[in-house]
Each structure stands twice: as structure tokens, then as C-alpha cells.
Write a protein that binds this ligand. Structure first.
Ligand code: ZN
Ligand code: ZN
Length: 180
């Protein structure tokens, strides 16, 4: 075994502290504990010996995945979550549609007694990305995100938002950014 902190060989298998640097065996992330190589700090496996350095973080990988297609159900959810606080730019109809569908499904399933109740928290967490995708859709049609406040006006919210949110996106670049 090698010290993960300083790379020195820890000969005693029972040792709990590295005698060279004094750091507890297993602490640190600089050196591979199996072969002592110094892998890239971002690497999740040691390229020299194949040892798994850290568990791949699925949520982080999902958030950093640049290859999402917002015209698919899963892609739209991913894109919506990645851009949960992004009120700039534009979103196409498909992205808004899929995200609304996902939101609706979660909202319905949350009413299943007991089993569905944890989904209320998912629903709560989806509010911000829900508002953000709505804002980007409005901007795609050339309207400022502040039109979102029409949601608060009864009847008008249904009529106006349906017309606006389903309107075709503007061609080319508008004042809010390039065509998505
Ligand atoms: Zn050490
Ligand atoms: Zn290694």
C-alpha cells in the first residue's frame, strides 16, 4: 500500500498512520494507494494500475454533461436541471413541453399515499428549474422573462401563457440570444 497523501510506501498493512507524513492511511487524494502513481486529480481510476480512486459521482456527471438533447424527455429534464437558475437565453417548445410533462407526472404521483409523498420534495426542487425554463421559453418568443408574473393573474394566466408558451420561437438570434 502507498500513502494517498505523500506517496510513500506504507509497509505495515496494519498501520493506521503514514510514518513519513503523519497523515492517517486512507486520507488524501494525491497518490494511488495501490501503485503509488500520481494520477490526474480529476481521474476516477488510476491509469497505471486500474485502481478505482473515487466513486464516480453520477449527479455531478449529470450536471456537467454537455451532450444533452433537450428535444428528448430525459434530455429536457437534464437540461432543465442544469439550467435551474438560468433565466437568460432561450428554450425551444420541446424542452418546455417535456419539462412540464415531467413536472406534471411528479405532481400527480406525489398524491399517492405514503409511497408518493417523498415526491413532494422533488416537486419543490423542480420549481426553480420550472420557472427558469418558462422564462427562457418566453424569451425564445421575444418576450422578457418578467411576463412570468402573468402567472399570478387568474384566467389571463391560462390564456396568455398558453398563447405565449406555445408560440413559435423567433428565427435566428434575438435580443435574448441565439436560436436554441
Ligand atoms: Zn504519507
Ligand atoms: Zn495505481
Amino acid at each position: 500500500m502507498y500513502c494517498k497523501h505523500c506517496g510513500a510506501e506504507v509497509s505495515d498493512a496494519q498501520a493506521s498512520v503514514c510514518l513519513k507524513c503523519g497523515v492517517r492511511v486512507g486520507d488524501g487524494s494525491t497518490y494511488c494507494p495501490k501503485c503509488g502513481a500520481k494520477p490526474d486529480p480529476m481521474a476516477i481510476i488510476c491509469v497505471k494500475c486500474g485502481y478505482e480512486l473515487k466513486k464516480p459521482n453520477k449527479i455531478k456527471a449529470m450536471l456537467e454533461d454537455k451532450n444533452v438533447d433537450p428535444t428528448t424527455f430525459v434530455g429536457a429534464i437534464k437540461h432543465g436541471i442544469q439550467n435551474y437558475a438560468n433565466f437568460k437565453g432561450r428554450a425551444m417548445r420541446a424542452e418546455l413541453g417535456w419539462f412540464y410533462l415531467a413536472y406534471g407526472l411528479v405532481a400527480i404521483l406525489a398524491w399517492i399515499p405514503i409511497l408518493g409523498w417523498p415526491l413532494f420534495f422533488v416537486e419543490l426542487g423542480m420549481i426553480c428549474p420550472f420557472l427558469a425554463v418558462t422564462a427562457r421559453r418566453l424569451q425564445d418568443t421575444g418576450r422578457p422573462w418578467s411576463y412570468i408574473f402573468f402567472f399570478l393573474i387568474p384566467i389571463a394566466n391560462i390564456v396568455f401563457l398558453f398563447i405565449w408558451l406555445l408560440a413559435e420561437g423567433q428565427k435566428g438570434t434575438n435580443e435574448f440570444g441565439p436560436e436554441p
